[in-house]
Design a protein around this ligand. Structure first.
Ligand code: NAD
Ligand code: GLY
Length: 362
């Protein structure tokens, strides 16, 4: 097992990588109390398939630590990351008689982590949260850093909070059942880390994608380390540091919202968002055409899209950019690449944004 510390002043916690599900209960019993992880009850929030495949292992592991478990099941898909699911989960918390010594354990990808994380942040004004990510995307990104929340019909991730987990427990064995399209989805966030922070990671990807499996544990560790470091420097996105993690997300989120959270996976939308941001940066002479080609190539080789399948009116996407959380006083703020491993935060004009959007139309 490898441990990465997210050394936040008020809420430090560890990410354990290569951490078998079977050992989670034992870990909580042995060192949990010292680390503030000693729940008497856990509500495991997951999808039906994951409960069927891994539920017994997880339940056994927690019972060995004398933690009572119950399950709350959420149907899969981004369209369930909403306030209706939050309401249903609050009701499960009540039925399971969770109190302030209980925890919510999320077992799934970013949708489960974000939604049930928001429930943990708000139920009884906050109970302990443990993330056990089961998608590549959640292992490298969404389980780390404490962003929890849900979508509104017209705006992605618009209701939420910062609420750090007590522990992140990552077992890469669970990826064995992850469908290929979901695996590729996770590659988009890994490419993002290469562009924003780590030219060496980008080169590793250029060498091995799509056959990344032999390097997977190393790559997950690099990404988790980058995210832990960025979040430690700027937990609540107030110092202009954490925003770099949103590279590709401004247009990506607009695509997800415009298509009703159902046509594209998050990583697919982010892949197109990164291409569009690169195009804007080229147009502003911040980013070389040759780097834009490298970015598009690695996206394509990862089996991710560089263009929309169906046109979404450019003006519609533009209007959604103004709802982005980075947008301030009606100005569009963008994370733009300047060289592989480095990005800048910039305010851009609507006509620049439109050029980016048009570059990803079919
Ligand atoms: P997801 O949570 O929808 O999971 C993808 C699919 O994979 C689901 O259908 C799920 O049932 C299935 N699945 C999960 N694990 C599996 C396994 N081991 N075996 C078989 N099937 C499995 O998608 P995601 O890509 O993990 O997460 C996307 C979400 O994460 C988006 O809502 C995005 O906004 C959010 N996100 C949040 C943060 C953050 O910092 N909080 C960061 C990045 C993304
Ligand atoms: N995924 C963006 C962040 O965690 O800040």
């Amino acid at each position: 097992m490898k441990e990465i510390l997210v050394s936040l002043k008020n809420s430090p916690y560890s990410i354990f990588l290569n951490a078998p599900l079977q050992r989670l209960g034992g870990f909580m019993r042995k060192v949990g109390f010292r680390r503030g992880i000693s729940p008497t009850k856990a509500l495991i929030v997951t999808h039906p398939f994951l409960k069927g495949r891994y539920g017994t292992i997880l339940q056994k592991s927690l019972s060995s630590a004398e933690i009572q478990t119950s399950f709350a099941l959420v149907p899969p898909g981004e369209k369930h990351k909403n306030l209706k699911t939050v309401q249903t989960l609050y009701e499960r918390c009540l039925e399971s008689k969770l109190d302030r010594s209980s925890c919510i354990l999320t077992f799934g990808g970013g949708v489960i982590g974000d939604t049930a994380g928001f429930v943990a942040a708000t139920y009884l004004r906050g109970i302990s949260l443990i993330h056990v990510p089961t998608t590549l995307l959640a292992m490298v990104d969404s389980s780390i850093g404490g962003k929890v929340g849900v979508d509104l019909p017209g705006s992605k991730n618009s209701v939420g909070s910062f609420y750090q987990p007590k522990l992140v427990w990552t077992d890469p064995q669970t990826l064995e059942t992850l469908p290929d399209r979901e695996f590729r989805n996770g590659l988009a966030e890994i490419i993002k880390y290469g562009v924003i922070k780590d030219a060496h990671l980008f080169q590793i990807l250029e060498k091995c994608v799509p056959n990344i499996k032999s390097q997977l544990n190393a790559v997950i560790a690099i990404c988790a380390q980058i995210k832990a470091r960025v979040v430690t420097q700027d937990e609540k996105e107030t110092h202009g540091v954490r925003e770099i993690l949103n590279f590709g997300h401004t247009i990506g989120h607009a695509i997800e919202t415009a298509t009703g959270y159902s046509d594209y996976k998050h990583g697919e939308a982010i892949a197109m968002g990164m291409c569009a941001a690169g195009e804007i940066a080229c147009d502003l002479n911040l980013w070389k055409r040759s780097d834009q080609s490298r970015l598009k190539n690695i996206i394509l080789r990862s089996g991710l899209p560089i263009r929309l399948r169906k046109t979404i009116p450019s003006r519609k996407l533009l209007s959604l950019l103004y709802r982005d959380k980075k947008s301030v006083s009606g100005q569009i703020r963008f994370v733009l690449p300047t060289r592989i491993g480095h990005v800048q935060l910039r305010t851009i004009s609507a006509s620049s944004a439109l050029k980016g959007i048009r570059s990803i139309q079919p």
